[in-house]
Design a protein around this ligand. Sequence first.
Ligand SMILES: [Zn+2]
Length: 267
Amino acid sequence: MRLLFVILILLSGCASTTLNTDSDVTRQQLLLLPNFIANSMAVDAYKEAIRNAEKNNKLNNNIEELERVTTISNKLIDEVSIFREDAKEWKWEINVEDSEEVNAYCMPGGKIMVYSGLIKKVNATDDELAAVIGHEISHALREHGRERMSTALVQQVGIIGFAAYIAEKGIYTDAAIQAVALGTTLFFALPNSREQEREADKIGLELTARAGYNPMAAVSLWRKMSELSEIKMPEFLSTHPSNENRIKDLSEQAKKIKPLYEANKNK
Ligand SMILES: [Zn+2]
């Protein structure tokens, strides 16, 4: 009975996670994994990342960097309600980890991590940092992680096995350890699809413009990343292949969304 109930919940998940806004992202998503499970996996995986960084003395060591990232992130978070009403109430967290990696992520439920390499190696301006953080927040708003986890889990264990797993997780709390490993693996190992990337680009541009950051910075940021890749491929580029098409799309969309920036730039 419990199993049947879980299967019914899983099969009912087809919707768009965000509202239709200026960026015009309306794709219907197959969301088999319930939201609360994806989020609890993300919380555990994020805690684990924080614990590891702390253990290695790599967490929030540079107060200036942390304040800068926090200010930019908070301005972006102030604008999330237009995309989905619940997001403002998420338990947002913002941290900076000392790392050579040129990268950042935002886990489901609003768990942001920026690597210091992104700030230093790219010499990112505030607008450019906002472009990356805005893009990452957009993945979380669209629940792309949950979509990826849903597909992967169903592919791996099949719908019945997956339902059994969920049902069991509800009964046994010691399955939490397994869930951390699973959440970490799924979140970090599975790349976003091209379509998800396009959506995060579009929503990210709108989000930054609404927060008063220049959307054209996305274009200069990608160019800087490409230049950097001649020396060594930045981690961000390995999951976000940059090519002339993407830069062209970004620059066209940035121009389209520019009036929003003009209206909000003195925020
Ligand atoms: Zn992305």
